[in-house]
Design a protein around this ligand. Structure first.
Ligand SMILES: Nc1nc2c(c(=O)[nH]1)N[C@H]1C(S)=C(S)[C@@H](COP(=O)(O)OP(=O)(O)OC[C@H]3O[C@@H](n4cnc5c(=O)[nH]c(N)nc54)[C@H](O)[C@@H]3O)O[C@H]1N2
Ligand SMILES: Nc1nc2c(c(=O)[nH]1)N[C@H]1C(S)=C(S)[C@@H](COP(=O)(O)OP(=O)(O)OC[C@H]3O[C@@H](n4cnc5c(=O)[nH]c(N)nc54)[C@H](O)[C@@H]3O)O[C@H]1N2
Ligand SMILES: [Mo]
Length: 768
């Protein structure tokens, strides 16, 4: 039997701390996953559900976007994938009785963990203006209310339409179609806070904003660099790929301010040999200072250029540089001039370690660089990723088997959503294709990304927020500012599976529209439906849910969009919404005619394993950039400035959460149990600041606007992070990330480089 949700809300948690682990997964991981799943869905449902994850006739794991291997295990999932599935397939429910009992103001005082643990949403709900309780509402009436608000706006640009990254290709395509026919490009998405910096950097330099490697490239690489990523927690199946590459002879360099257990040693629960001994993964660990990666890659590039000048054959792939690149001279001049001492200081590394990395690079013909949020969430993230590209271009390591760029995506369909047109700055070619296919004129002016959407809500320029999934209020930066901005809205609407804080911090009135998850059967008038997703490597495949829906009232995301669009647009729409809701193959036929690479979509996706989207740099060394070549760039090297006595805080994930969804209060690999309000600080820094291990501190943000941002009551944990750095979990620390502290070009919140000071908990801030 599945157990009840927690009665007590551990808002005031009490962390226990033991030393960090040095290996990931193995039997303990499987045990944890099963215990968690049993709690949420009981033994029988657990067995039925987990066997369907990532199978060819099953559903795509809602955990992460790491691709499935060609030869799949019967259990092609991982501990954290199992937790993500259990979270959705839980037997717990929150229906009308729950909302009659709990007021919205009462729920707003609960933790996000408690809210999420209550179970699946089962009924459409309305919070009327001035009321403090959600009430059940019919779907029809809900759509009428949204239509009335949207149609009363002075301009379509006064509405904002957010998307999180679990939405299927079919739902995403319809959603952007509706939003554009309504008349705006205000389509912010979670990608704006995630890999936008990767997209910006790769589009400018390589012409395609996606990764250029397939799984087999990784398995064939000589050298894999894993920078700013914690796959043991966030992409556990990637460890299996790294292990496979290792066994074929690959070396691995890890660049991270934290020694992450998963990258040290991996015990594969799917192989008896791996379970016992495990595989040491990292050959060279570079414990970088937060934000020091651009400097490190600049030094490596300088070493390669110096070696080339000294006649080391093969240091620079001149043939590739000549044939395929642009801007080499300007870049080389800047890189040769890199000042060793100053640049090295930004990395916090020893010179010998950088030289060792350089020797490993030189020995590798096929190099892949993988990265995630540790590279994308800084002010200089785009410049950092461009420096990574410079290195790979020097080595001719793009469009060569076993080599390339590998931004590792987060949400399971975040890449697909963007391919489907969820983008506030759509390309003209995409809009032309939409216009041609459907016969209306899409708006051309660019829309709001997440940060600009928050400003528009704050300033009263946006009045309606519609969210297709996600948890806008908790995922966004500057919690106090964001919550106040959202509360100014006329109407907030969330299409959701689980209760979260965005349902209780609302506009004047609010709607919750409950939807099917990936694991659930989706039957429409045209028969059983499946949807499609695109993984981190551009492979598109089908996903079929098998479980009975969490309640009879639920509608699928595509149907919600179709009915919403009809209610809002009425006869003025030229799109056959009702047809699309009958059979999703009809949506795919339209996608096939609008989105390049999807020709013959329905036929291709019915093949086992799906199909791989074309990628010009990978497939033909063709670079669709402004210059028609792969672009070297020469950005000035910078790093975050940290005044004396201050720390640079990164806000990251524990092992027991999925973004704002908290599964539990443990972070097993880091040795933290039963609590989330911890701040990890190097022992010497902590002592110098007067904080012994186990003492309590408020984290106080320091930003040029002088506004005090405070996250109170964190247990100080002495931890082997890089000097001058600190780490604490998101979303508890989002209150510290200023709305205006964003990455250049991509506008991604700089949530991995927040300057803070520690103050003893409970004391008044100076001057008050
Ligand atoms: N179980 C689980 N899986 C997930 C998620 C989840 O929350 N839970 N989230 C999903 C999503 S949306 C995403 S985007 C991904 C996120 O996957 P990750 O990017 O792995 O997530 P974070 O926890 O933010 O970890 C960032 C890593 O970068 C390191 N880092 C921080 N700053 C720097 C820096 O300046 N330089 C370098 N080199 N490293 C740095 C941190 O120490 C940490 O190891 O995971 C996806 N998968
Ligand atoms: N400080 C800080 N802030 C960050 C980050 C960080 O590292 N540090 N990371 C950023 C990143 S990388 C990301 S991607 C964002 C994440 O931002 P979001 O994607 O907005 O947040 P999630 O927590 O993933 O959203 C969880 C909610 O999605 C809903 N949901 C789950 N499955 C489905 C589904 O199938 N359909 C629908 N309609 N709803 C569903 C549930 O109601 C659940 O409560 O946060 C960003 N914010
Ligand atoms: Mo993400």
């Amino acid at each position: 039997m599945a157990s009840e949700p927690p009665r007590h809300d551990p808002v005031q948690d009490d962390p226990e701390v033991t030393p960090p682990r040095h290996a990931a997964a193995g039997l303990p991981g499987v045990g944890h996953a099963l215990r968690h799943a049993h709690r949420q869905m009981g033994v029988r449902r657990t067995a039925l559900t987990l066997l369907r994850v990532n199978q060819e006739d099953g559903f795509d794991c809602p955990g992460c976007a790491w691709p499935e291997p060609e030869r799949r295990h019967t259990a092609e999932f991982c501990e954290n994938g199992a937790k993500a599935v259990a979270e959705e397939a839980t037997l717990r429910r929150v229906g009308p009785a729950f909302f009659a009992e709990h007021s919205v103001s009462g729920l707003a005082a609960r933790s996000g963990y408690w809210l999420g643990q209550q179970g699946r949403l089962t009924h459409p709900l309305h919070l009327p203006e001035g009321a403090d309780h959600y009430r059940p509402i019919s779907w029809e009436r809900a759509f009428e209310l949204i239509a009335a608000e949207l149609n009363a706006l002075d301009s379509p640009d006064e509405a904002v339409f957010y998307t999180s990254g679990r939405t299927s290709n079919e739902a995403a395509f319809l959603y952007q179609l509706f939003v554009r026919e309504f008349g705006t490009n205000n389509l912010p998405d979670c990608s704006n806070m995630c890999h936008e910096s990767s997209g910006s950097a790769l589009t400018e330099t390589l012409g395609v904003g996606k990764g250029s490697v397939l799984l087999e490239d990784l398995h064939r690489a000589d050298l894999i660099v894993v920078a700013g990523q914690n796959p043991g927690t966030n992409h556990p199946r990637m460890l299996g790929s790294l292990e496979k590459a290792k066994r074929a002879g690959a070396k691995i360099i890890t660049i991270n301010p934290l020694p992450e257990a998963g990258l040290e040693r991996f015990k594969d629960p799917q192989s008896p040999r791996g379970l016992l001994r495990g595989t040491a993964l990292t050959d060279l660990f570079l414990q970088i200072r937060i934000g020091g990666d651009q400097a490190l890659f600049r030094l490596l590039n300088r070493l390669l250029l110096d070696a080339d000048a000294n006649g080391t054959a093969g240091a620079v792939d001149h043939e590739f540089v000549r044939a395929h690149t642009h801007g080499f001279e300007a870049f080389a001049t800047a890189a040769r001039a890199a000042d060793w001492e100053r640049t090295l200081a930004a990395t916090g590394l020893e010179r010998a370690a950088v030289q060792e990395a350089f020797r490993m690079l030189l020995a590798s013909r096929r190099t892949v660089v993988c990265w995630a949020m540790g590279l994308t969430q800084h002010k200089h993230s785009v410049a950092t990723i461009k420096e990574v590209v410079n290195l790979l271009l020097l080595r001719g390591a793009v469009g060569r088997p076993g080599a390339g760029v590998c931004p590792v995506r987060g949400h399971s369909n975040v890449q697909g959503d963007r391919t489907m047109g969820i983008f506030e700055r759509p390309a003209d070619a995409f809009l032309d294709a939409l216009a041609e296919e459907f016969g209306f004129a899409p708006p051309r002016a660019h829309g709001h990304d997440v940060v600009r959407a928050i400003r528009a809500l704050r300033d009263g320029a946006a009045k309606v927020l519609v969210a297709m999934g996600g948890n806008f209020v908790s995922a966004s930066p500057d919690t106090a500012v964001t919550e106040a901005a959202v509360r100014r809205a006329r109407l907030t609407v969330h299409v959701s599976t689980k209760l979260n804080r965005s349902h209780v911090v609302t506009g004047a009135h609010a709607l919750i529209l409950p939807t099917l998850g990936r694991t659930e059967r989706d039957v429409q008038a045209g028969g059983p439906q499946f949807v499609t997703v695109e993984d981190s490597m551009g492979v598109v495949h089908a996903s079929r849910g098998r479980l009975a829906p969490a309640g009879p009232e639920l509608l699928s995301e595509p149907v919600i969009v179709c009915r919403l669009a009809r209610a809002v647009l009425g006869d003025r729409s030229v799109v056959p919404w009702e047809d699309f809701a009958v059979d999703y193959a009809r949506i795919r036929d339209r996608i096939a005619r609008v989105v390049p690479g999807f020709e013959d979509f329905n036929a291709k996706v019915s093949r086992p394993g799906g199909f791989t989207l074309p990628h010009a740099p990978r497939d033909e060394r063709r670079f669709p950039t402004a210059t028609g070549k792969a672009n070297f760039t020469a950005e000035p090297v910078t790093h975050p400035h940290v005044p004396a006595g201050r720390l640079l805080l990164q806000t990251l994930r524990s092992h027991d959460q999925y973004n704002t969804t908290v599964y539990g209060l443990d972070d097993r690999y880091r040795g933290i149990r039963n609590g989330r309000r911890v701040v990890l600080v190097h022992p010497e820094d902590a002592r110098a600041l007067g904080f012994p291990d186990g003492s309590h501190a408020d984290l106080v943000g320091e930003w040029r606007d002088g506004v005090e941002r405070r996250a109170p009551g964190f247990r100080v944990v002495h931890y082997p992070t890089a000097r001058g750095c600190a780490a604490a979990y998101y979303p508890e620390t989002n209150v510290l990330v200023p709305l205006d502290a964003t990455a250049d070009t991509s506008n991604t919140p700089a949530s991995k480089s927040v300057v803070i000071r520690l103050e003893p908990s409970g004391t008044e801030p100076a001057g008050t």
